[in-house]
Design a binder for this molecule. Structure first.
Ligand code: AMP
Ligand code: ZN
Length: 466
């Protein structure tokens, strides 16, 4: 069996991965807060952990991996959005959740096995908070419940490598007077009449953000599971707080064993931000005609632990490479045969080496001769660049286009013969204009006409010539 090696943030080294139960490999990834379209950065952890999910399913078997990714549907950013738009919270979160699934689907991300919404797990959160209070790890103050960092002081900060004293020195948060330690964080807070709230032993209120992941991970994966992932902006305080809550509530377990964090996405070398005007959503790119497979391909070209720089040039380059792949597969491949193949061992080895997607793409790039077409197809589908049906439709489109072009060659040849006689080339030019609008290259020699689909080939534009 392939040994997967993963970099564990907790131990700061690459380790051989040994699941607690190879029959049920368990992974939890922090998902989005649903109040707006996902920006391009939000898509990075989705693609990174989708690749890992595919690899785990390949190594341990499809039915032997449980992947959980939550939706945060209770949050003050959502409340603010509801207030400013005059819409109901539930309407906003339902719509945004749907958008997220559609947009990530365009990027070839498989849906996780469970996608719990925080609002569906309030009783479990309340129970966990009660348990933390009973065990002396949390306290109630002025309608809030706070986690007492001092009750777990020697362990708190281990993931991100900080001590509580360092954190206090570096903290810029306004310290609420009811906190025993400035680093204590909120498990439960009171809601006023126009904020969403649930009845609890501490009055009507709502959970803090961190407790939802601890409660849902416990409910769906148990007190110990294999992998926990998210962007590295979540390492502190979110993941540190998840660990504190879960390990104190369930000391019999060790929560997540391997912690994985993707680096951030930047745009043209700069942090993506609204104020720099380089902020865009996945949907913006799709609407601009950059297909999901191009976005995914660009993402895969950078290792997940390196900052990823999104550039327009990379997208253009990826589009050209994907067009070349589809061309090769259309000319020489047989998809039915291709899908019977196993993914390439060298590609699996690359991914098993801490998800080296860059090396995996290099491996795919070497499959460039006619006899490689089926292997190329199989591995592109394995990487999720295309789903099987997507690749099939790209290939069919290409082949039908080529078929149409064959007839147009005859049309063009006879138009040329006529033109030579009556010295009127307007019909030849008309045909050539239509071909060029459909992104077909036209090469005419003395007695030959060669038409070839190019990038952005659009067979629909050839209708006028049929
Ligand atoms: P949020 O909705 O802000 O909680 O983020 C959802 C996920 O997107 C988290 O795993 C974040 O770490 C991740 N994320 C947010 N911004 C970026 C970025 N610029 N690059 C990569 N990942 C990001
Ligand atoms: Zn989380």
């Amino acid at each position: 069996m392939t040994t997967i090696r993963l970099y564990n943030t907790r131990t700061r080294r690459k380790e051989g991965f040994a699941p607690l139960d190879p029959d049920n490999v368990r992974m939890y990834v922090c998902g989005p807060t649903v109040y707006d379209r996902a920006h391009l950065g939000n898509a990075r952890p989705v693609v990174v952990f989708d690749v890992l999910y595919r690899l785990l399913r390949h190594v341990y078997g499809e039915g032997h991996v449980t992947y959980v990714r939550n939706f945060t549907d209770v949050d003050d950013k959502i409340n603010a959005r509801a207030k400013e738009s005059g819409r109901a919270i539930g309407e906003i979160t339902a719509e945004t959740t749907q958008w997220f699934l559609e947009d990530m689907g365009e990027l070839g991300a498989l849906e996780p096995d469970y996608m719990p919404r925080a609002t569906q797990y309030i009783p479990q959160m309340v129970a966990m908070i009660e348990d933390l209070i009973a065990k002396g790890h949390a306290y109630e103050a002025e309608g809030h419940v706070l986690f007492a960092v001092d009750s777990w002081r020697e362990n708190y900060g281990a993931l991100s490598g900080r001590t509580v004293d360092d954190m206090i020195a570096g903290a810029r948060v306004e310290v609420a007077p009811y906190k025993r330690n400035p680093m204590d964080f909120v498990l439960w807070k009171p809601s006023d009449a126009d904020q969403p709230g649930w009845d609890s032993p501490w009055g009507r209120g709502r959970p803090g953000w961190h407790i939802e992941c601890s409660a849902m991970a416990y409910e769906l994966l148990g007190e110990s599971f294999d992998i926990h992932g998210g962007g590295n902006d979540l390492m502190f305080p979110h993941h540190e707080n998840e660990i504190a809550q879960s390990c104190c509530a369930h000391p019999e377990g060790d929560f997540a064993r391997v912690w994985m964090h993707n680096e951030m996405l930047q745009v043209e070398g700069k942090k993506m931000s609204k104020s720099l005007g380089n902020f865009f959503t996945v949907r913006d790119l799709l609407d601009q005609g950059i297909p999901g497979e191009v976005i995914r391909f660009v993402f895969l070209s950078t290792h997940y632990r390196k900052p990823m720089d999104w550039t327009a040039e990379k997208a253009i380059d990826a589009k050209a490479r994907l067009f070349g792949f589809v061309e090769l597969i259309s000319m020489y491949g047989d998809l039915l045969e291709a899908m019977k193949l196993d993914p390439e061992p060298a590609l699996i080895d690359a991914l098993a080496d801490d998800l080296n997607t860059h090396a995996a793409l290099e491996c795919v790039g070497k499959m460039n001769s006619s006899s490689d077409a089926n292997r190329l197809a199989r591995n592109l589908v394995f990487l999720g660049v295309y789903s099987g049906p997507e690749l099939e439709s790209r290939v069919n489109e290409y082949r039908q286009g080529v078929e149409t072009l064959r007839n147009i060659v005859t049309l063009l040849q006879s138009a040329r013969e006529k033109a030579k006689k009556n010295k009127d080339f307007s019909e030849v030019d008309r045909i050539k204009d239509i071909l060029s609008a459909a992104n077909v290259s036209v090469r005419m020699s003395k007695d030959d006409v060669d038409l070839r689909p190019e990038i952005d080939f659009d067979p629909a534009k050839l209708e006028a010539l049929k």
